[in-house]
Design a protein around this ligand. Structure first.
Ligand code: PMT
Length: 397
């Protein structure tokens, strides 16, 4: 593992960040984060930065249109709850309007939140609004946990929208987390855009469709074909790769001895483990959690530098939640065979116990809906983080 980065990486960083004004909210987010971290350093509490949701890529500077991705922030918001349960303070860096810890149980759902409420009859016709009786127990539990987190300053919610905002925020927060040392954990579950339009090629104004003549190359980054095939103009969008800043995080921004966990999402089962391993080798961090789009709610793979190297975590079949978009037949397809000679042993962690079902928010109701895989992932991560902290604190002999 190299101890520093080549100069080109720092150059790439300054080229990227010097090209953009910092997000308007950054100063305020930094102040909130500084105070949050000071408080938790003082009490020697572990702090996790959870990134969550998708990033947008604007097509225009005064943005009307943008490229987006599928992520709703379920992984991040759910994980944040289990981290809080495990005693961590959570900085929740999330895509604005994506799922949030606790409120996720009632937002973005097929039920409108108003369906959880009722009006108590009253002679005055001004009866109080109440939670319907069938939701009382579950909502009380969620509410209590939410209020506990808020009252004890354990949860800091910081929103972003674009990929650039996300990267500015990630860099700033990582730097502010330095006083935490080994107590800091990075859990990078956001679906960060891989392609973007560099600022110097981005249109200032709304890209016009057909009514207004556009002078070639003058107005926007998308390109009209010189001779369109039909009467209407085609928009060709030319995207560059977003610089990968994970290595900057590992070697520059993050506190020394902190733990860094990234995610790898694929749709093709045959390349998931390979891509997760490659990412781990390239960035030399501690863990890549691989997941397939179609099975991500029921299985993930932990890919680590140390043996066993590949460890599958699965929700047992009988405890899987229903998912409209998920494909259960694909569970197990991405698992590679044990490599006999390399000692790269494959282990499976299939928690059939009730610990996960009864833990977390929404206990009984959640158990009915199935186990959330994050209820298995987070305790495993906490164990790994504890080992790292213990190692970091061990006196040198
Ligand atoms: O929100 P959900 O619907 O629940 O979905 C959750 C999820 C599938 C999005 C999540 O579990 C997940 O897999 N997130 C990572 C998606 C991914 O493949 O990221 P990546 O390969 O582009 O990046 C790998 C890692 O580097 C990520 O942890 C990312 O945060 C980080 N990254 C990526 C690009 C970039 N320019 N800088 C980064 O730091």
């Amino acid at each position: 593992m190299p101890s520093s980065l080549p100069d080109s990486s720092a150059e790439e960083e300054s080229n990227y960040f010097n090209n953009y004004p910092p997000p308007k909210a950054l100063k305020n987010h930094e102040a909130l984060t500084r105070a949050f971290i000071e408080r938790h350093v003082e009490s020697n509490r572990r702090v996790v930065l959870v990134t969550s949701g998708g990033t947008t890529v604007p097509l225009e500077n005064q943005t009307v249109r943008f490229v987006d991705n599928f992520s709703a922030g379920t992984r991040g918001a759910t994980s944040a709850e289990y981290f809080l349960e495990a005693g961590y303070a959570v900085i929740f860096l999330h895509r604005q309007f994506s799922l949030l810890p606790y409120s996720r149980h009632y937002s973005h759902s097929t039920n409108c939140f108003l369906d959880f409420m009722d009006e108590r009859p009253s002679p005055s016709d001004h009866g109080p609004i109440v939670v319907r009786s069938e939701y009382q127990d579950e909502m009380r539990e969620v509410l209590r946990k939410y209020r506990y987190a808020k009252q004890n300053n354990l949860l800091l919610l910081l929103p972003f929208t674009t990929v650039t905002e996300y990267l500015f925020e990630l860099r700033a927060l990582a730097n502010l987390m330095r006083p935490l040392g080994a107590n800091a954990l990075f859990y990078l579950a956001a679906a960060v855009s891989d392609f973007f339009i560099p600022r110097d090629r981005m249109a200032e104004h709304k890209i016009q469709s057909s009514e207004v003549p556009v002078i070639d190359g003058d107005v926007y980054t998308g390109l009209h074909e010189d001779e369109p095939h039909s009467g209407s103009k085609k928009l060709v969008v030319d995207l560059d790769p977003v610089p990968k800043f994970l290595h900057r995080l590992v070697y520059g921004w993050a506190p020394e001895k902190s733990m860094i966990v990234s995610f790898k999402l694929e749709t093709d089962p045959s390349i998931l483990v390979y891509k997760a391993r490659t990412s781990l080798q390239r960035y030399s961090h501690h863990l890549v959690i691989g997941n397939l789009l179609s099975t991500r709610k029921w299985e993930v793979v932990f890919v680590t530098p140390d043996p066993p190297g590949e460890r599958w975590i699965r929700v047992p079949k009988s405890k899987r939640s229903k998912s409209i978009s998920g494909v259960e037949d694909q569970v197990g397809l991405a698992e590679s065979k044990p490599l006999v000679d390399s000692g790269d042993e494959v282990t499976q962690l299939q928690l059939g116990d009730t610990r996960a079902a009864s833990g977390g928010v929404g206990g009984a109701a959640q158990a009915r809906k199935g186990i959330e895989i994050e209820s298995i992932i987070i305790p495993e991560l906490v164990k790994m983080h504890s080992e790292m902290i213990e190692k970091a604190n061990r006196p040198r002999s």
